[in-house]
Design a protein around this ligand. Structure first.
Ligand code: PEP
Ligand code: MG
Length: 547
């Protein structure tokens, strides 16, 4: 287990204020350089995260806070500990995306204090054999450079799905379950199965559970080296496999992993730290870069999704008691329509300059009227394919009416689960409710699938659910026509689809829909999948015998 350093004492320093200040300045600079160097070594999203952390370390307002404490005669260790802790509390109180950056700040403080003490920064232990790493949280700097030959899997008690640990783990294909209370009871030397797809840690597994896990791991290893064919079921039914992206720099990697296009481009990720609305020029440049990476391919761009866990001060800075139920997504854009119009202008210009097939959709749409509003406005700007996300139960229930106006629907299972189960997706205490396998969520998805079939309109899935190989089959059985996910999940999902026909998928979906809970839906789907595979094997043997 990775343990934090013991906290420094509040005793007065024996050095002069200037000497303490010089020690702290040197330590902070050394930590910032080390983080930058680790970033350069890791590359990709890790580099952005670690460079941002290096900037945090050298933030002038934090330095002022440290100086105030040094001037009171405190030691460098205590001044850093106390000043960083007060900043962390402010970040934490903001919640959501910013709240999850608090862990990054803790890591910087720990590194500076370790340097001041002349000890190694707390990091990944090395027991001398491959192991499952269990920690409260793991710093991005450690996650980015994990030795995957030694660390078989990662389990943390803290951090949500948008924590940097989770984001980097996905990027590096690390088997990880983050923010699980189950990790608290784990002991050194205990055997565990870490099922990242299901988000479950099984302790002291039975021989049966062990065998199934080994089979899954073998299938995963085989999937990683399988050819990058287009997504399809065993009977040839195409199911395009698309990428979820938050910036155009990740496009090349997605193409390498076989993405057939983009199913969700989260434009708000480009502007999370901006205080002012981005200009049309800035946006045009970013969207052109994205579209240019996918010539002739489908690229679904979502207009800004501000509010709740993704604060954009220029769109919504109101304090709300329940921000997830507040001025979010399309509601916030409608309240600042100029920003929406500018975004549509930039998208239309980028579209005209490139050959990708641009689709544009609105987030957090909850009524038919909102659908009409968005689709009409997008068309005014020349958007050829305009759709909406289904993330709220009301939209799922009225999907037939919504699809009468929209060109397509894309189901955001993260929010659809949050709103169906009334469980904040960022709150650890209700994390067990945040399970897209819940039959209530599956029934709503089924409504949208039926509406898609009836109207002949595409229904994509772009929430995390699409990245779960078995759930992906269920989603197709419920009527999804494409699946979009973090690019590192593409290989597993591609392999899983290839093992099932459309008839299998519908049968497995039926089994999951009939369950009482998320857990029993998962089990029922697993059993139905095994049954269908046995049936197919028996049919093949029969055919062989008759020849
Ligand atoms: C979702 O809610 O499932 C989704 C894809 O949108 P986001 O995760 O960005 O809210
Ligand atoms: Mg969403």
């Amino acid at each position: 287990m990775a343990e934090p350093l013991p906290p420094p004492s509040d005793a007065p320093s024996t050095l002069s204020v200037d000497d303490e200040k010089a020690r702290v300045t040197d330590a902070v600079a050394a930590v910032a350089r080390e983080l930058e160097q680790r970033g350069a070594q890791a590359g990709g999203a890790a580099q952005d995260v670690l460079e941002a952390q290096a900037m945090m370390a050298e933030d002038p307002s934090l330095a002022d806070e440290v100086d105030t404490r040094l001037a009171q005669g405190k030691t460098g260790e205590f001044a850093v500990f106390d000043a960083f802790a007060s900043f962390r509390d402010q970040l934490s109180a903001m919640g959501g995306y910013l709240g999850e950056r608090a862990a990054d700040l803790d890591d910087v403080a720990q590194r500076v204090i370790a340097r001041l003490r002349g000890v190694a920064a707390p990091g990944v232990p090395d027991p001398g054999h491959p192991f499952v790493l269990v920690a409260k949280d793991l710093a991005p700097a450690d996650t980015a450079l994990l030795d995957l030959d030694k660390v078989l899997a990662l389990v943390t008690t803290e951090g949500g799905p948008t924590s940097h640990t989770a984001i980097l783990a996905r990027e590096k294909s690390i088997v990880a379950v983050v923010g699980t209370v189950e990790a608290k009871g784990l002991r050194d030397g205990q055997m565990v199965i870490v099922d990242a797809a299901a988000g479950v840690v099984t302790t002291d597994p039975t021989p049966d559970e062990l065998e199934r896990a080994q089979n899954r791991a073998a299938a995963r290893a085989a999937a990683a080296t399988a050819p990058l064919t287009d997504g399809a079921l065993a009977d040839g039914t195409p199911v395009p496999l698309l990428a979820n992206l938050g910036n155009a720099d990740a496009a090349a990697e997605a193409v390498t992993l076989g993405a057939e296009g983009v199913g969700l481009f989260r434009t708000e990720f480009l502007f999370l730290s901006a205080n002012q609305a981005p200009t049309v020029e800035q946006q045009r440049e970013a969207y052109t870069k994205l579209l240019a990476a996918f010539p002739g391919k489908k690229v679904v761009v979502r207009v800004l999704d501000a509010g709740a866990d993704k604060p954009l001060p220029f769109l919504n800075d109101a304090h709300e008691e329940n921000p997830a139920l507040g001025l979010r997504g399309l509601r916030a854009l409608r309240a600042s329509e100029d920003i929406l119009r500018e975004q549509l202008t930039a998208l239309a210009e980028a579209d005209a300059a490139t050959s990708a097939d641009l689709w544009v959709m609105a987030p957090m749409v909850s009524t038919v009227e909102e659908t009409q509003y968005f689709v009409d406005l997008a068309r005014d700007y020349g958007v050829k394919t305009a759709g909406v996300m289904v993330e709220v139960p009301s939209s799922a229930l009225l999907a037939d009416r919504i699809l009468a106006h929209a060109d397509f629907a894309s189901i955001g299972t993260n929010d659809l689960t949050q709103y169906t189960l009334a469980a904040d997706r960022l709150l650890g205490s209700v994390a067990t409710f945040q399970d897209p396998w819940h039959p209530a969520v599956l029934r709503l998805i089924g409504e949208v699938g039926d509406a898609g079939r009836a109207t002949g309109k595409p229904v994509g899935i772009c929430g995390e659910a699409a990245a779960d190989p078995l759930l992906a089959v269920v989603l197709v059985g419920l009527g999804a026509t494409s699946l979009s996910m973090a690019p590192t999940a593409l290989a597993d999902v591609r392999a899983s689809l290839l093992q099932h026909t459309l008839e299998d998928a519908r049968d497995i979906a039926e089994a999951a829909l009939a369950a009482d809970s998320a857990t029993s839906a998962r089990t029922a789907a697993q059993e139905a999948s095994t049954r269908r595979a046995a049936l197919a094997a028996a049919n093949t043997t029969d055919e062989g015998a008759q020849q």
